[in-house]
Design a protein around this ligand. Structure first.
Ligand code: 0RA
Length: 655
């Protein structure tokens, strides 16, 4: 920790209240919350928690905090406690009130927005705890500092009383409790999985810090609260091992490096596995940089150059009849790169792409130095890695041949679209949807039931290829996969030059996976999702992928027909129809598959934007998603249904 502190040019000197800069008011935050936290959906809601934890993590990074505890309280609020220095409580000279009040109520007054101190700012992070305060109907802070306990409470960011001294203590730290404002957020229910996932990630990224989560909303069958503790003594090394649990590793231990070039702390851990997928996660100041950036570029460049030069020298490539490219060095690679940058510049669509040019060289130098040393010292492992690269290059070569073959064959109708596709008449992609339907028969029903103006139907025959286990070139021989690419208007590619999807050509902005509501159906949905995740990730990131939810029950009484999506709804409908009296004359049908519905029923319940319940697929945590897909699609027979439940959230996008 102290290394980091030095690297960031931090002084040990005590915090001076006057260094807090006052920038703008909190009304702005309530007026345009999305500008500060991204959106007001579940994503924005969970961002509030990140914002509070970031402050505690900052304390840990400068070496003052070892424990961070999060509690989801019984009433749904969140409490985060740390054992850092505690927010300063002395009088802020310029403002004439407690620094604590300033930190909590003035935007960008975290005390960390001057150049001398470290900040996690950038992207959507770093807007500060005051921003969370503004978006909470109630917030309470307790500070343990200098032997005393202080507190203050707020409503929608406004203090309800001046900072109050309420006792003495021998500990130090900060405790923040907040109730998100339900007049601002669409949802205010916190997800244990999202929060615990973030804490696990933070534990790996900040070795030596203990983090915990307790969910007091319900008890398990043993009468205990759901609770987890996260602690990592080896950091990224353990992170990589965790990500790859479901994969077969090629070398005994991950390769690890830690360095501090030009004042930029760099940490990397990497492992090769027998799969065909690349899983490189990069972080800047604990933020997952989904869009990559200069740190990732530096890593890739160093990896390619160092491995290539070792392979050339070792003579292992002499038999190879074709060129190796950058992708080949990353097939089956799982790696985590974490850098700390004092003034990060974030760019890109989701503000998660690092722009600072100086970082590229620092990572490159660190990786090439450490990796070439490793390869010299570990010839057995080095040979294993080079052989994996050769295998990847060979497979890529086979893939190219397969693709060329496919392109020559006439698989398309005269419009250039797959013959199976029933297209819609509307041409503006923003208004168009395509249903990927399991089976020709349900596909037929969907064709009859749809609104052909804006809804297209693509029936898929049987199971699509498990892309997680197949060699890359097999992807391009698979009929269903080729058909999906062509129908969407996107081109297929595995090589670097063709990999970027040309999203401008996307023909439908909603891609809706519609399968039976049974085990097979959810397996097929998961296969399709895995395919999108591995080969068209942008489609998920940009929110184009949805899952249709057909109802489970049809309940009839006389001419009245009602649908239920779960047992609770079914009971309620039966109660309503029987008017509290006898259940006579009520009949019930349990739908086992889409095939049991006629066209009109399918339209009414599952396709009509006015009544359907679409779920939007969303990647909350990229590292965790990769691990989950490798588990779901690997050798273990998994709880796929639970997976879909967890990863596709209800989105009232039609409302
Ligand atoms: C401003 C200045 C200092 C620490 C903090 C804020 C701080 C904020 C939070 C929020 C949650 N936990 C926190 N812990 C600390 C520096 C304090 C000093 O120099 O003594």
């Amino acid at each position: 920790m102290s290394e980091v502190k030095k690297a960031m040019g931090l002084q040990d000197g005590a915090y001076d209240a006057a260094s807090i800069q006052v920038l703008e008011g909190l009304e702005a935050v309530r007026k345009r919350p999305a500008m500060y936290i991204g959106d007001i959906s579940s994503k924005g809601l969970h961002h509030l928690v990140n914002e509070v934890i970031d402050n505690s993590i900052d304390e840990a990074m400068v070496g003052y905090c070892n424990n961070i505890d999060m509690v989801i309280n019984e009433d749904g609020s969140i409490t985060i406690t740390d054992d850092g220095r505690g927010i300063p409580t002395d009088i802020h000279k310029k403002e004439g009130r407690s620094a604590l009040e300033v930190v909590m109520t003035v935007l960008h007054a975290g005390g960390k927005f001057d150049k001398d101190s470290y900040k996690v700012s950038g992207g959507l992070h770093g807007v500060g705890v005051s921003c969370v305060n503004a978006l909470s109907r109630l917030m309470k802070v307790v500070v343990y500092r200098g032997g005393k306990v202080f507190t203050q409470e707020y409503q929608m960011g406004k203090p309800m009383f001046p900072v109050r001294e309420i006792g003495t203590t021998d500990r130090s730290g900060t405790e923040v409790t907040f109730y998100p404002d339900d007049t601002i957020f669409q949802v205010t229910t916190f997800s244990y999985d999202i929060l615990s996932g973030r804490l696990r990630e933070l534990a790996f990224l900040n070795k030596g810090v203990r983090l915990s989560i307790t969910d007091m909303r319900e008890k398990d069958e043993n009468g205990e609260y759901l609770r987890e503790d996260f602690f990592s003594s080896e950091g990224l090394k353990e992170f990589v091992t965790y990500l790859d649990v479901n994969r077969e590793k090629l070398i005994d231990e991950p390769i690890c490096m830690e360095s501090d070039k030009a004042g930029i702390p760099v940490e990397v851990a990497m492992q090769y596995n027998s799969s065909f997928t690349e899983n490189v996660q990069s972080y800047v100041n604990n933020i997952n940089t989904i869009e990559g950036g200069t740190h990732l570029a530096g890593f890739r460049r160093a990896l390619t150059r160092t491995l290539k030069s070792y392979a050339d020298k070792s003579g292992l490539l002499s038999k190879l009849k074709f060129e190796i490219n950058g992708d080949d060095f990353r097939e089956g690679l799982t790696a985590v790169i974490s850098v700390k940058v004092a003034e990060p510049q974030f760019e890109g669509q989701t503000k998660t792409k690092l722009g600072n040019s100086e970082v590229s060289g620092a990572v490159d130098q660190a990786v090439s130095e450490m990796l070439s040393y490793y390869l010299e010292e570990n010839p057995k492992e080095a040979r294993t890695i080079v052989n994996k690269v050769i295998l990847a290059a060979t497979a890529r070569h086979a893939a190219r041949k397969a693709r060329e073959l496919v392109q020559r064959k006439n698989v398309l109708s005269n419009t250039g679209l797959p013959g199976k596709l029933a297209d819609c008449s509307e041409k503006n992609p923003e208004n168009c949807e395509i249903f990927l339907v399991e089976g020709d028969s349900a596909g037929g029903t969907a064709k009859q039931g749809r609104d052909r103006k804006f809804q297209a139907i693509l029936p898929l025959r049987g199971k699509i290829l498990n892309v997680e286990k197949a060699m890359p070139h097999r992807i391009f021989e698979n009929e269903e996969i080729k058909t999906i690419f062509t129908a969407l208007g996107l081109s297929i590619g595995t090589e670097e030059d063709t990999k970027a999807l040309n999203m401008d050509r996307l023909r439908y902005h909603k891609v809706i996976i519609m399968t039976d509501a049974d085990v097979d159906g959810s397996h097929i949905a998961t296969l399709i999702l895995t395919f999108f995740f591995r080969y068209m990730k942008e489609m998920i990131e940009l929110g184009h992928i949805y899952i249709a939810t057909p109802p489970f029950y049809l309940i009839r009484k006389g001419k009245e027909e009602r649908y239920a999506w779960n047992d609770e709804e079914r009971k309620q409908i039966v109660a309503e129809l029987s008017g509290g009296g006898k259940e006579t004359g009520i009949s019930m049908q349990r739908y086992k598959g889409l095939g049991e519905m006629n066209a009109e029923q399918l339209w009414e319940t599952t396709m009509n934007p006015e009544h359907r319940k679409l779920r939007q697929v969303d990647i909350e945590n990229a590292a965790e998603a990769d691990r989950t897909f490798s588990m779901l699609m690997g050798d273990e027979v998994p709880p796929r249904r639970a997976f879909i439940e967890k990863n596709a959230k209800y989105a009232n996008i039609d409302a």
